[in-house]
Design a protein. Structure first.
Length: 350
């Protein structure tokens, strides 16, 4: 995957990447997730983390880090759970972060920290503690074996931490500052969020195809007479139709709002609050649709679906686990609704 450039999708072409537009990125993550949910997630997380670095780090620093395809695998955790204590030439970082997808694969880790000058937090012009994204070698991280989950098991998203690890000033970025890199791909920080919906759509598509194969293979419900083949039942037909409509509408809504954002940013304009709200709504609604679609296919599969060897079993576990992520969780409806009503969304990440 690294040799194929899947971890350099948003890296500028001048730095050896693809500089892929968001709509093509959405389609690619969907396809990867249909191959394997953990593959799609690995690329999603790495591209998300890399994009944050690209917005703030200069070319020479990026080149010094991404010396080979293998070293271009990045992971990160933005919540400021670390302390970055200022020292000559940089910072000493200590902290622990949860759900570190790619931590067993990555060469670089970017983590959110509160900056300290001695024992006191450094404060910005607004009086709030200064937050920085700090980029460290993954080899310096301590990994805690915590990823014992219902689904998405292949991502290896263990907790991890650093203790008194030095980060040079040039590998840090003040959170909230405008992007230093030109081009529409680096002006809007939320392009990669659409990949959560793309992953859900890929998983739901696998569930539909798995059920169609099951039904087409002559599966019969054990409690029905011989003429009651699974594909011939009206209730089953309705579930298939509903699942297909749920996934198709999720994909259409996501690509519509994503395309609208891309056109706006490409024209040098700033997305409106309504555009941001509908984009976030599309991602959240897509995951709701995909959860419903997988649940429909799992229930239609009957007793055949409950075995671990069934792809429907894995789809069920994976889609519900992926739905718990902050960018796909139901809280997004409230955030988007507040924006649409002209209220403070209550979060800066919108």
């Amino acid at each position: 995957m690294a040799e194929a450039g899947l971890y350099r999708l948003f890296v500028p072409r001048a730095l050896g990447g693809h500089e892929l537009d968001p709509l093509a990125y959405f389609d690619l993550v969907e396809e990867l997730a249909a191959i394997d949910s953990a593959i799609g997630w690995s690329v999603l997380i790495s591209t998300s983390s890399t994009t944050g670095m690209l917005r703030g780090l200069p070319d020479d620093v990026i080149r010094s880090m991404f010396t080979t395809p293998r070293r271009s695998i990045v992971m990160g955790s933005a919540p400021p759970k670390g302390r970055a204590v200022a020292v000559p030439g940089g910072y000493r970082v200590t902290g622990r972060w949860s759900q570190g997808s790619n931590i067993l694969l990555a060469s670089w880790v970017d983590v959110g920290c509160i900056v300290y000058d001695g024992a006191e937090p450094r404060r910005g012009p607004d009086g709030r503690p200064e937050q920085r994204l700090t980029v460290l070698p993954a080899s310096e991280a301590q990994v805690f074996d915590t990823w014992d989950t219902t689904g998405m098991r292949g991502t290896g998203s263990h907790d991890f931490g650093f203790t008194e690890c030095f980060v040079p000033e040039e590998r840090t970025i003040i959170v909230g500052v405008p992007s230093k890199r030109p081009g529409p791909l680096f002006q809007f920080p939320g392009w990669t969020h659409c990949a959560h919906a793309a992953l859900g759509i890929g998983v739901a598509r696998v569930a539909i195809e798995a059920f169609l194969e099951l039904a087409g293979g002559g599966k019969r419900a054990t409690w029905l007479p011989a003429e009651g083949a699974l594909a011939g039942r009206g209730t089953v037909q309705a579930k298939v139709g509903q699942a297909e409509a749920l996934v198709g509408s999720a994909r259409a809504y996501c690509r519509e709002t994503l395309g609208d954002l891309w056109r706006t940013v490409s024209a040098g304009e700033t997305p409106t609050p309504r555009q941001r709200a509908t984009y976030r709504l599309a991602i959240a609604q897509a995951m709701v649709n995909c959860v419903q679609a997988v649940d429909l296919m799992f229930s239609a599969g009957g007793a055949s679906a409950i075995y671990a060897r069934s792809p429907l079993d894995r789809c069920l576990r994976d889609i519900h686990t992926a739905h718990a992520h902050v960018w796909a969780a139901p809280d997004n409806f409230e955030i988007a609704g507040r924006l649409l009503l002209g209220l403070d969304p209550g979060t800066p990440t919108i």
